[in-house]
Ligand binder design. Sequence first.
Ligand SMILES: Cc1cc2nc3c(=O)[nH]c(=O)nc-3n(C[C@H](O)[C@H](O)[C@H](O)COP(=O)(O)O)c2cc1C
Length: 318
Amino acid sequence: MFDKLFKVIGIFSEALRDAVLFLRFNSYSPWVDKSRRAFYKIIIEAHTIEKGLSLPNPKLLFGKDKIRFVMNALSRYDIQHSSVPAHMSLGALDAYVNFHARAGASDPLLDDISRYLKAWEAKLPRPWKGGTRDYSFNGQPPSNLQHLMASRSSIRTLQSAPLKPELIFEAISLAQLAPSQCNRQSSRVHAYQDPARIQALLALQGGSRGFAESVGNLFVVSSEICAWGGPGQRNQAYVDGALFAMCLMFACRSMGWGACPLNLAIDHKTESAIRRAGDIPAGERLIMMIAFGEPVAPDTRVAFSPRRPAAEIVTFHA
Ligand SMILES: Cc1cc2nc3c(=O)[nH]c(=O)nc-3n(C[C@H](O)[C@H](O)[C@H](O)COP(=O)(O)O)c2cc1C
């Protein structure tokens, strides 16, 4: 009896400490080093440019405000912290200018970007690791794990044709090889192929604007909360669920499909709305969505999304 009471109190007190920790270290916190916060902010905004360019039909002069923001923020950023945001932004801006040159478009913004890039060339010489890159589904299917990992990318140019359910089951079975705590296997996957329902779910998600119409196959990955108990396990649904989702994306790649993870960084109200739209039980925590399907063409363009040098993220401890 007391044991259970302590657990309930523990859940509230841990939730409070979670909130304090988040407030202290989140991206708006004035107590976090400015360069560290700027690093993430610039990457996030530069990603919207590279992502826009990786859509099936990028709109001319999209994201003007974001572009001005990225240029201003990068000018204030201390590149000594890490050159990755600079590479990503300059590469994205360069790709933006080239895209408009190919389309024969002109605008004062494009002239401003060109001047801005010229000024940066002396500080950080080309080639910049950013923008978009060519991606091919042609050739041998991934033959080993390294090849599989290296050949996965978020694909936003998908065919809307529904895939055969038996193939989807095959991909899910592969993803079930993901490890889980005590082999709980609390992950659940909801698969959708009805266009109207997919559009309703994607409208609630919001991160697939520009390619939502082409999504004909959609997963919502979730995790059963009843697999977990006690304050220490409050976040484990996300840990096991994310590992499963990663394996599911690799499984999609191994089937020769394109896939794009879609965030569910949402509040309870939206989570409930998605549960209702997707007919998902109340006892499941939503982890993420994955749009998937045959690629529109074997050769496509994807966002570059460069990775940090490993030395920037590793700490070797004695
Ligand atoms: C949890 C998660 C949520 C994501 N949400 C979105 C999204 O809402 N829309 C989108 O287009 N891409 C989304 N992405 C894809 C990322 O932008 C992409 O993984 C990142 O830029 C790295 O590129 P890559 O997947 O091609 O290696 C998401 C990725 C993850 C892991």
